[in-house]
Design a protein around this ligand. Structure first.
Ligand code: PLP
Length: 390
């Protein structure tokens, strides 16, 4: 079996990485340890690198499309790993999940229409809703006993009172790390079906699920649900390919698919990036052993964090990372105000994290830390926090 060295520290400075090289441009001091944006400090699967080298050596980068083998690779991944067979005709390729989110908002709602999100949530959800002149309706998650659940009673009442026709679901949820269980998804689905509310289900983190849990594709929960669900996926988180801009949406409902494709067409997009298509296909065809090894390593990082928070960071609460490689850390028990927490993290710990209110007001008192890095780097980050708090 191949072995992969996830402990290797690969220098990323001076690669034009937004994580490492753009502190000054973003008004931040230099020299912070960057643990913010959701890409990984690991090299992608060797098979993907080899394929990209092959494409690069050919040296002609003309307009490129996907053939049957691309679709077989994509559909095969979701069939094998999630037990759901999407139809080939349902696939719509997009250059990113946030782009697809924006296209869905434009295709399925009109300016001024309500769109429901569940805060705290990945900030482009609110950004694309507002940026496209739609009205943000918040069905906030409930934080109870250190864990998040959905408020499905509130969801139904808001769909009805606001006459909402679109919900943006994040599954698994960034930043709170929940892997929604099948009963939660089924009930959410029943509510949306009852009131004719479409669901854009952003499942970009579907491959990162820990502790023996299982990710359920929303579209797989119920046949009727598939008809009102737009599933957004990408190999970019899974294989660390965000800069290659290739993602796949699934719209089994032909009418929704037509509207979505029309919107994409109006945006001026035709083909995707040739390197992105090649990487996506190869990752889904040959990347599974690498991913399994990576998941084992990340489970190890989570275990390390559990121990560290328990023994050395007793005034912080680590919300259980059921899925995603993002830690959602509750600084509430420190008694510090949000601005004091931000100052402590940046000025004393010298860490670059995502501060909680970026994800909505509900993120007050929280910080998000990306743990997809070598364990020694993670240890350094947590030690800095420990020292700053002592
Ligand atoms: C939930 C979620 N959706 C989408 C994205 C970004 O997707 P893309 O780079 O394909 O636009 C991220 C990245 O962190 C994410 O966490």
């Amino acid at each position: 079996m191949a072995s992969y060295d996830f402990d290797e520290i690969i220098p990323r400075k001076n690669t034009n990485s937004i994580k490492f090289d753009f502190a000054r441009e973003r008004g931040l001091p230099e020299g912070l340890l960057p643990m913010w944006v959701a890409d990984m400090d690991f090299r992608t699967a060797p098979e993907v690198i080899a394929r990209l080298e092959e494409v690069a050596r050919h040296g002609i980068f003309g307009y490129t499309e996907a053939k049957d083998d691309y679709y077989r690779a994509v559909l095969g991944w979701f069939g094998r790993r999630f037990g759901h067979d999407f139809d080939r005709s349902s696939v719509v390729k997009t250059p990113g999940v946030v782009y697809a989110l924006a296209m869905a908002i434009r295709a399925f709602t009109a300016p001024g229409d309500p769109v429901i999100v569940q805060t705290p949530v990945y900030y482009p959800f609110s950004g694309t809703v507002r940026g496209n002149g739609r009205r943000l309706v918040d069905n906030a998650l409930v934080y109870r006993d250190g864990r998040y659940i959905m408020d499905l009673v509130d969801l139904e009442s808001k769909i009805v009172s606001e006459k909402a026709r679109l919900l943006l679901l994040c599954s698994p949820h960034n930043p709170v790390g929940r892997v929604w269980d099948i009963d939660e998804l089924a009930e959410l689905g029943r509510i949306c079906l009852r009131h004719g509310c479409l669901i854009v289900s952003d499942e970009i983190h579907c491959d990162f699920v820990f502790g023996g849990r299982r990710h359920h594709l929303l579209a797989s929960v119920d046949k009727a649900l598939e008809e009102i669900t737009i599933t957004l996926t990408a190999p970019s988180k899974t294989f660390n390919l965000a800069g290659l801009h290739c993602s796949n949406a699934f719209l089994p409902n032909p009418e929704l698919r037509r509207l979505f494709k029309d919107e994409i067409s109006r945006s001026g997009l035709s083909q995707l990036n040739a390197m992105g298509l090649a990487a996506c296909q190869t990752a889904y065809e040959h990347g599974e052993p690498w991913l399994e090894a990576l998941l084992g390593y990340l489970e190890g990082n989570i275990g390390f964090c559990h121990g560290f928070f328990l023994d050395r960071l007793p005034t912080l609460h680590l919300v259980e990372p059921e899925g995603t490689y993002l830690l959602w850390i509750d600084f509430g028990p420190t008694g510090l105000r949000h601005e004091e927490i931000c100052r402590l993290v940046m000025d004393k710990a010298r860490l670059w994290l995502d501060e909680g209110t970026m994800f909505g007001e509900a993120g007050t008192g929280f910080q998000r830390l990306n743990m997809a890095c070598p364990r020694s780097v993670l240890a350094e980050a947590l030690e800095r926090l420990e020292k700053a708090l002592s």
